[in-house]
Design a protein around this ligand. Structure first.
Ligand SMILES: [Ca+2]
Ligand SMILES: [Ca+2]
Ligand SMILES: [Ca+2]
Length: 132
């Protein structure tokens, strides 16, 4: 099976832009970091029916990413059953905290999220255009 790289360009996403958008959803007070309490607030907010589990539908409704991407992201953490428990929701938080200070810096979140998107097979074509 041959692959032609030229045909992939339409599949590309700006992975950094997707990641920044999702970061901003979690960083409620816009100080450039996500605390555990901000993280848990979003977990609770995404849980529309308040049963303690975020389903795929609930997550997709709240995520800033396109439907198929949000679904793919959630599926990396929910154990494959489309039900993200509160405990499962905390796992990526601790994974992302690269320097172990208990807080997610913007760069930690974005590096992690970009990696998750790449794991989904998304191509990055985030060329930053100089539009100043
Ligand atoms: Ca914050
Ligand atoms: Ca729920
Ligand atoms: Ca950190």
């Amino acid at each position: 099976m041959q692959r032609y790289s030229a045909s992939q360009t339409t599949q590309g996403y700006n992975l950094k832009a997707l990641s920044v958008k999702e970061f901003l959803r979690f960083d409620a007070n816009h100080d450039g970091t996500i605390t555990l309490s901000e993280w848990e607030t979003v977990l609770r907010g995404d849980d529309d029916d308040g049963d303690g589990i975020i389903t795929c539908d609930e997550y997709v409704r709240h995520s800033s990413s396109p439907h198929n991407i949000a679904l793919g992201v959630l599926n990396q953490f929910n154990g494959g059953d489309c039900k993200l428990t509160h405990d499962e929701g905390l796992v990526p938080y601790h994974h992302m905290d690269g320097n172990g200070d208990g807080i997610l810096q913007e760069i930690e979140f974005i590096n992690f999220y970009i990696q998750v998107l790449k794991n989904l097979g998304l191509t990055d074509h985030g060329h930053t255009t100089k539009s100043t």
